[in-house]
Design a protein. Structure first.
Length: 74
């Protein structure tokens, strides 16, 4: 699988993970969460971190080119 295709999949999974995190917090705070909701939130938090790391690795060349851009003297 090429990098662009993998990045598209990771981006969708990141979006779904963010939605899950927000939804579980809202449910927990408003309705009064159960232990299952807390577990889902915690497990998804680990998945979210792994997806962020994967996203950064896949975009590392772009990050380097933007952050460490050499300045041209005029």
């Amino acid at each position: 699988m090429n990098q662009a295709k993998l990045l598209k999949i990771v981006n969708v999974l990141l979006f779904l993970s963010v939605l899950t995190q927000v939804t579980t917090v809202v449910i927990f705070k408003t309705i009064g969460g159960s232990e299952a909701i807390g577990e889902l939130h915690e497990i998804n938090g680990y998945v979210f971190i792994a997806l962020i790391i994967t996203h950064l690795v896949l975009n590392w060349n772009w990050i380097k080119s933007v952050l460490f851009k050499k300045k041209i003297k005029s």
